[in-house]
Ligand binder design. Structure first.
Ligand SMILES: C[S@@+](CC[C@H](N)C(=O)[O-])C[C@H]1O[C@@H](n2cnc3c(N)ncnc32)[C@H](O)[C@@H]1O
Length: 200
């Protein structure tokens, strides 16, 4: 008798590599959170960051207990760097990388209208509370997800990363009509070499 062929089928809960998304997207991004205290949230955020092609993850002033990483079944910390900064003064981002505060503030731009910086680090607030004034002072931009009330921090991070992929990824535009097929994305054409003047 055939030995349980169903066991060979992938199961829904299994971590499965679908298709790397990063080559399709311009620039790079990192994502992190301030004052995180729950391992389930940090684990979730790490897993999503890994899946969406983040280049790095960071924490600022996280509780030691957050590093148990109970939800991070893709063991993301073995695939992407995780920087642990004690406070805002320790934070070191790459040159030219814009810090984007993800927070519900009066001045925040609604996510569907937000132009994502090509080189960005997104920072979320603690499970209870919001981004500290010191961290807000370092942010170049603020963005909010238009929701009736605040989301779980890892959920908010995943939505931000998906929106980045949607807006900077080279995907065919979504058709408006139900059932219509998306046009194939236009092939990328490499520009010719740029000649600079004698000054360089
Ligand atoms: C659970 S929320 C903090 C709780 C919230 N200040 C409250 O008391 O209602 C944790 C973090 O998730 C992010 N967040 C949650 N919902 C958001 C939204 N709609 N737009 C932007 N950020 C959000 C923010 O970074 C926030 O600091």
């Amino acid at each position: 008798m055939d030995p349980t062929p169903l066991l060979l089928e992938p199961r829904l809960w299994q971590t499965k590599v679908v298709k790397p998304s990063s080559p399709n997207v311009r620039g790079y991004f990192g994502i992190g959170a301030e004052g995180m205290s729950k391992s389930v949230n940090l684990g979730n955020l790490l897993r999503s960051a890994h899946a969406f092609g983040a280049s790095f993850v960071f924490t600022i002033g996280a509780d030691e207990r957050a590093f148990a990483m109970s939800s991070n079944t893709s063991r993301s910390e073995t695939h992407l760097p995780v920087y642990r900064w004690g406070d805002v003064s320790e934070m070191q981002l790459p040159k030219g990388c814009s810090l984007v505060g993800v927070e519900i503030l009066g001045e925040s731009v609604d996510l569907p209208s937000f132009p994502h910086p090509v080189r960005a680090a997104y920072v979320l607030g603690p499970e209870r509370g919001e981004l500290s004034p010191e961290l807000m002072a370092c942010c170049q931009h603020f963005v909010r997800i238009p929701t009736a009330f605040s989301l779980n921090v890892a959920t908010a991070g995943a939505i931000i990363m998906y929106d980045r992929l949607r807006s900077l990824g080279r995907y065919a535009p979504r058709p408006i009509t139900e059932g219509a097929e998306a046009e194939l994305p236009k092939p990328h054409i490499q520009g010719g070499p740029k000649r600079r003047g004698p000054q360089g």
